[in-house]
Design a protein around this ligand. Structure first.
Ligand SMILES: O=C(O)c1ccccc1NCC(=O)[C@H](O)[C@H](O)COP(=O)(O)O
Length: 220
């Protein structure tokens, strides 16, 4: 079985890109959301994306973006994927996908079984699905809150599109998350930071190696 693929989200500094590449992650996430401690300007994102080696996919994360914002990002930043992390309806996901010709990953927040219906809807229009923890009511950020949901809700569930698990993952719990859910891709942000928005290379290394070892754990 192939290694679990890892996305490290919310890179802000050149050394973060180097650490993510050296650790063997597959995706590097760049957050375009001004309220986030991980927000990067389009110019900074361009420099970070250009620094990424071949084989490290650059994912641009946006929240209910306008076409104008996406036009600017796509024109300046060499991205491999767009991550929609707001309340974009399925029609908007399809529109973004068609307009930019890039794969689109749609994030869906999960807190209870009823939230899983949305995954079935979005798998019809998105290239990938990000199964993330639903943010707490009143949270400033729609993601990147360091909170996990109950992984038993999705144990054994499969979707027709590639999917990724996120929410409160850390170097300590990622192997258990993989073993419980059978997921082949994981995404982390705050679990590899020493402060909000500041990634820690040792934690990135620890997370990626724990995720890759997890692949050997028998799936439940
Ligand atoms: O990370 C952010 O600041 C952020 C801001 C706005 C929307 C989404 C955001 N992050 C989404 C991600 O892709 C995170 O990696 C994912 O939610 C997991 O976060 P964490 O629980 O901190 O590992």
């Amino acid at each position: 079985m192939a290694d679990v693929r890892v996305k490290i989200c919310g890179l802000t500094r050149p050394e973060d890109v180097d650490a993510v590449a050296e650790a063997g992650a597959s995706y590097a996430g760049l957050v375009f959301f001004p309220k986030s401690p991980r927000h990067v300007t389009v110019a900074a994102a361009r420099d970070l994306a250009l620094r990424a080696p071949v084989g490290l996919a650059k994912v641009g994360l946006v929240v209910n973006p306008s076409d104008a914002l996406l036009d600017e990002i796509i024109a300046q930043v060499p991205l491999d994927m767009i991550q929609l992390h707001g309340t974009e309806p399925p029609e908007r996901v399809a529109e973004v996908r068609a307009r930019y010709g890039l794969p689109v990953m749609k994030a869906v927040g999960v807190a209870e079984a009823a939230d899983l219906d949305k995954l079935d809807v979005y798998q019809r229009v998105a290239d990938q699905i990000l199964v993330d923890a639903k943010p707490p009511k009143g949270a400033d950020l729609p993601g990147g809150n360091g909170l996990a949901f109950d992984w038993r809700l999705i144990a054994g569930r499969r979707w027709s599109r590639p999917w990724m698990l996120a929410g409160g993952l850390t170097p300590q719990n990622v192997a258990r998350a993989v073993a419980m859910t059978g997921v082949a891709q994981v995404d982390v942000s705050s679990g590899v930071e020493r402060a909000p928005g500041v990634k820690e290379a040792a934690l990135i290394r620890g997370f990626v190696s724990a995720a890759k070892v997890a692949e050997a754990v028998p799936r439940l």
